[in-house]
Design a protein around this ligand. Structure first.
Ligand code: URA
Ligand code: SF4
Length: 217
C-alpha cells in the first residue's frame, strides 16, 4: 500500500524532517500538487494543531493554514487565548488534493481518502515525536482519523479530553501519552449556511480551543 514510510528519516530534527518531506512520493498526491506543505512552528511548541491538508493558498505558498481557513484559525486562537506563534500547526496530509472546475479555471479542494491519510501518517507521527507537544488538537475528521483510526468521528468525541496515542492501534506505541482534543475544522465555520449557524459554529470552536489550552497546564 501507499506509504510515506520509506521517505521518513529516522530523526527528531524538524528541519531534517521538513527537508526530506519535500521529496516524498509516498502516495499519488505529490503529482498534481505544487509542493509539500510541512508543519510550521517551533520544536518546543506545547500545543500541536492538526488540520486536514493544504488548500489552494497553502499549496502555492508552502505554508499551512495561511488562506481563508488559516485566517479564521488565527482569529479563534486569539479569542481562545492561544498565541499561534507558540503552537505547531500542521496537517494530516501534506499535499493538496484537488480537481479542476468544469471550466478548468479553479482548483477545488477534495478531502483526502482514508488510504491517503494512512499513507501520510508517518510524517505526522514523526512531527509528534519531534515536537512532543503536551496537547494535540485535531481540527476536523481527517485529523481525528489520522490520530485515532478510521472509525473516529468528531460528533462522538468533540470536546471530550482524549489521550494520544490511543492504547490500541499502530500509532507510535513508543511515544508517551499526552492530552488530546478533537474539534471542528475552521472550514466548517466558513461553510455555515447563515450568520446564525456561523456564529454558533465559531463559538463552539473557540470553546473547544479554550478547553485545549486548559489541558496544557
Ligand atoms: N485547511 C487545512 O486543513 N489545512 C490548511 O493548511 C489549510 C486549509
Ligand atoms: Fe507523501 Fe503525504 Fe504527499 Fe502522499 S500526501 S506524497 S504521503 S507527503
Amino acid at each position: 500500500p501507499a506509504s510515506a514510510r520509506p521517505f521518513v528519516p529516522d530523526t527528531t530534527d524538524l528541519t531534517q524532517l521538513a527537508e526530506a518531506a519535500r521529496g516524498c512520493q509516498g502516495c499519488e498526491l505529490f503529482r498534481d500538487a505544487t509542493q509539500t506543505v510541512f508543519g510550521a512552528g517551533g520544536a518546543g511548541a506545547r500545543m500541536m494543531l492538526i488540520g486536514e491538508q493544504p488548500g489552494d493558498a497553502e499549496d502555492r505558498a508552502g505554508e499551512p493554514f495561511i488562506g481563508p481557513a488559516g485566517r479564521l484559525l488565527d482569529e479563534v486562537l486569539t479569542e481562545a487565548g492561544i498565541d499561534r506563534s507558540t503552537a505547531y500547526v500542521t496537517n494530516a496530509v501534506k499535499h493538496f488534493r484537488w480537481k479542476s472546475t468544469d471550466t478548468g479555471r479553479r482548483r477545488i479542494h477534495q478531502s483526502p481518502t482514508r488510504g491517503q491519510i494512512t499513507a501520510c501518517s508517518p510524517w505526522l507521527v514523526a512531527e509528534l515525536a519531534a515536537v512532543d507537544p503536551r496537547v494535540v488538537v485535531a481540527l476536523g475528521a481527517s485529523a481525528g482519523k489520522a490520530l485515532f483510526g478510521a472509525s473516529f468521528t468528531i460528533s462522538a468525541h468533540r470536546g471530550s479530553p482524549l489521550t494520544w496515542p490511543p492504547e490500541s492501534g499502530p500509532f507510535a506505541a513508543d511515544l508517551a501519552p499526552r492530552r488530546a482534543l478533537a474539534t471542528i475544522h475552521p472550514s466548517a465555520v466558513l461553510r455555515a449556511r447563515d450568520a446564525h449557524e456561523r456564529e454558533a459554529a465559531r463559538d463552539g470552536l473557540v470553546a473547544d480551543l479554550r478547553q485545549a489550552a486548559g489541558l496544557m497546564e
